[in-house]
Design a protein. Structure first.
Length: 104
């Protein structure tokens, strides 16, 4: 089996609550998922999740390959944006100072 080991997550500020009754999970709550699958008398489980690689499995389940490892590299775009915003601020400041000097 080829898989990624992932630690449990904590609920983020803008992440909704999990709907355990409807089996809808918005964040990985290991304890709640364990209780949901095995009941309150569940034994302890490993403190991580395994996300399987996409392979041919008889019956098709569990389906692997759902993990997306697309880490965008937008650093140049962000840098250009912030430097242009800083340049606009400098231009506005120069215009403001020139107007104040002419008025004085």
């Amino acid at each position: 089996m080829t898989a990624l080991a992932r630690p449990p997550e904590t609920q983020g500020l803008f992440v909704p609550d999990n709907e355990v009754e409807r089996n809808r999970w918005f964040w990985r709550d290991l304890n709640a998922m364990t209780r949901s699958m095995f009941g309150d008398g569940a034994k302890s489980v490993a403190p991580f999740f395994l996300e399987a690689e996409k392979t041919e499995i008889p019956g098709g389940w569990p389906r692997g390959g759902e993990t997306r490892l697309d880490l965008p590299n937008n650093h140049l775009q962000y840098a250009i944006t912030w430097f242009l915003l800083a340049l606009c601020l400098v231009v506005i400041y120069v215009i403001y100072v020139r107007a104040r000097l002419k008025a004085a």
